[in-house]
Design a protein around this ligand. Structure first.
Ligand code: DAH
Length: 357
């Protein structure tokens, strides 16, 4: 009987030695120590032996069982360690590898200018407001004192949507955000609203989609002097020039009274545009005191509340500041143009760190 034990020990240890997977080790364990395993059978046979024989062989069988159980555990440990090693080697990351030499992508000059606007106006206490690009006729026109059939509607080459009678349009300007802000909250109000606008117009200086920024201040005794100071402070910070002269020319917009067009003084030295001085003039935006009818249309009492508004083309601002000459290139998605004119993603405009240029 103890000879059997030696033979079983040699056989199972050899099998364990050859086992290369956890499943193979488990199969050896079941064959030796499982319910109907060979070693289990040997242990069961003890009951049928004469007492003195049993006393002699029992320790041998039990030692065999313990030895094989240990060997199984040990082999399992060896295989698990090897599996872990293999996985660590396969999933290895070389943290010392250099990052790709060029960052992929860049911030578009339009986004950059919008960030600069938000930063400059935040410093003056303005929040950033938004409105939908698909507007209804009331917000885009009627509430802004441009009733149906009003000739001022002809100033905008509107994209009408749907033909379902719902009167939806692609907003032709950011001015409807004035309406949404006044109907959606209580004064005092100080917001800018940068965003996309749409007009059915396309040539070298017009694209069917372009960008505007709207400004709106509503308070109890707001006046044109504050409008002028706000615009001057903005232009100085945006172009990084102290010697800024603004010229306000009387104009007409249905939603402001009085209305002005604002020119900034500039010069053309050596064919290059310089902001500053008053040698030449460049029109940059429209503005005015918000029309009392517009204030009333928003449910506010025009005898108690008044304010100023302005609207400015962002694409034009970007071209003036960063020296692009063709508006259409903004929307061509030409990678070479984007690489040249784009901004680094981590290069965020701040007043302390400098607003671009
Ligand atoms: N909404 C006008 C346009 O697109 C621009 C404008 C002019 C906005 C005067 C204003 C303003 O807020 O006061 O042509």
């Amino acid at each position: 009987m103890s000879e059997d034990a030696d033979a079983l020990r040699a056989r199972f240890l050899a099998e364990l030695d050859r086992a290369e997977t956890a499943e193979a080790v488990e199969a050896v364990r079941v064959a030796a120590l499982g319910k109907s395993g060979a070693v289990t059978a040997l242990l069961k046979s003890l009951g049928g032996l004469a007492p003195d024989e049993r006393i002699r062989v029992a320790p041998v069988f039990q030692a065999l069982r313990d030895a094989l159980a240990n060997a199984v555990e040990q082999k399992k440990g060896v295989l698990a360690a090897a599996a872990l090693e293999a996985r660590l080697a396969a999933e290895r990351l070389d943290m010392s590898l250099p990052v790709p030499p060029e960052p992929l992508g860049s911030i578009h000059p339009i986004s950059r200018v919008m960030d600069e606007l938000a930063e400059i106006f935040a410093d003056l206490g303005f929040a950033v407001a938004e409105g939908p690009e698909i507007e209804d006729d009331w917000h885009n026109f009627t509430a802004l004192n441009i009733p149906p059939e009003h000739p001022a509607r002809a100033m905008h080459d509107t994209f009408y949507i749907g033909g379902d009678g719902a009167g939806r349009v692609l907003r032709t300007h950011t001015s409807p955000v004035q309406i949404r802000t006044m109907t959606g909250g209580r004064p005092p109000i100080r917001i800018i609203a940068p965003g996309r606008v749409y007009r059915s117009d396309s040539d070298a200086t017009h694209t069917p989609m372009f960008h505007q920024v709207e400004g709106l201040v509503i308070d109890r005794d707001t006046h044109m002097g504050q409008l002028r100071w706000t615009l001057e402070t903005f232009v100085k910070a945006f172009f990084g020039v102290d010697d800024v002269v603004l010229r306000l020319r009387p104009s007409f917009f249905p939603f402001t009274e009085p209305s002005v067009e604002v020119d900034v003084g500039c010069s053309w030295e050596g064919g290059r545009l310089q902001i500053g001085g008053s040698g030449s003039w460049l029109e940059i935006l429209g503005a005015g005191m918000v029309h009392p009818k517009v204030i009333a249309n928003c449910g506010l009492d025009p005898a108690a509340w008044q304010g100023f508004a302005f609207g400015c083309g962002i694409d034009r601002l970007a071209m003036l500041k960063y020296g692009m000459t063709d508006l259409r290139a903004f929307f061509d998605a030409d990678l070479r143009w984007l690489r040249h004119h784009g901004f680094g993603a981590l290069d965020v405009p701040t007043l302390s760190g400098g607003i671009g240029a």
